[in-house]
Design a protein around this ligand. Structure first.
Ligand code: HEC
Length: 178
C-alpha cells in the first residue's frame, strides 16, 4: 500500500537532486551581488544565464553594439510551442558587446568586451505596467566590474511599450522556430 507513495517520494527526491546538481553546475561563475534600486531585481535571478539558449542576435548600428538574446528554459519551451505571450517565470536576457575587427581578417567584426547584461522577467504578481507583467533589470560593466544601472526603469517600460503587440518584446524570436 505504501509502495506507490514510497516510489513517488523516491522519484521526487531524484528529481530534486537532479535539479539541485543542475543548478550547482549552472551557478558557476557566481554573479555579482547587485540589485536594481527601483524594483529590487537582483543580478542573481539569472544565475546560470550562460546556459540559456540564444534565440536572437541584434546589432545596434548607432551604439556599434552586438547583442545576444537568450531565453531561459521556461521561455524557450514556450517559443518552441509557438506561444506569442511568454508564461510566468520566463526570463529573457540580453548581453551587449562592443565589437572589434578580427586580427586575422579585419573585415570581420567579433565580440570584444561585455558592456552590459540586462533581463526581463515575467512576474505578473510583482509587475504590471499597462499590462506588460515584465520586470526590468540592467547591469553595466565597466572594466571588470558590474554596477546596477542607475537610470529610470520607466525608460525601459515606455520604450518597450512600442512592442506591446509582441508581448513587449522587440525580438521576433518565434521566427527561429518556424
Ligand atoms: C529606447 C528604447 C529602449 C529602452 C529605453 C530599453 N530598451 Fe530594451 N530593447 C530595445 C530594442 C530596440 C531591443 C531590440 C534590439 C536590441 O536587442 O538592442 C531591445 C531588447 C531588449 C531585450 C531583449 C528582448 C527584446 O525585447 O527584444 C531585453 C531583455 C531588454 N531590451 C531589456 C531592457 C531593459 C532591462 C531596459 C531598461 C534598463 C531596456 N531594455 C530599455 C529598446 C529599448
Amino acid at each position: 500500500m505504501f509502495r506507490p507513495i514510497l516510489s513517488f517520494a523516491a522519484t521526487l527526491l531524484l528529481l530534486i537532486t537532479a535539479q539541485a546538481s543542475e543548478d550547482a553546475h549552472l551557478s558557476k561563475p557566481v554573479l555579482p551581488d547587485l540589485s536594481m534600486k527601483q524594483n529590487g531585481l537582483p543580478f542573481s535571478l539569472i544565475q546560470g544565464y550562460l546556459n540559456y539558449k540564444v534565440v536572437a542576435t541584434h546589432f545596434r548600428t548607432d551604439k556599434k553594439e552586438l547583442r545576444y538574446i537568450l531565453a531561459n528554459p521556461v521561455a524557450y519551451h514556450a517559443l518552441e510551442q509557438g506561444k506569442k505571450v511568454m508564461p510566468e517565470g520566463s526570463k529573457i536576457v540580453k548581453i551587449g558587446w562592443n565589437v572589434k575587427p578580427m586580427e586575422l581578417f579585419p573585415a570581420a567584426l567579433e565580440a570584444d568586451r561585455i558592456q552590459r547584461v540586462e533581463y526581463m522577467v515575467k512576474d505578473s504578481k510583482r509587475f504590471d505596467h499597462n499590462g506588460d507583467h515584465w520586470g526590468y533589470a540592467r547591469f553595466v560593466k565597466k572594466g571588470d566590474a558590474y554596477t546596477s544601472w542607475k537610470g529610470a526603469i520607466n525608460d525601459c517600460i515606455s520604450c518597450h511599450s512600442v512592442a506591446s503587440g509582441n508581448d513587449f518584446l522587440f525580438a521576433t524570436m518565434q521566427r527561429r522556430f518556424e
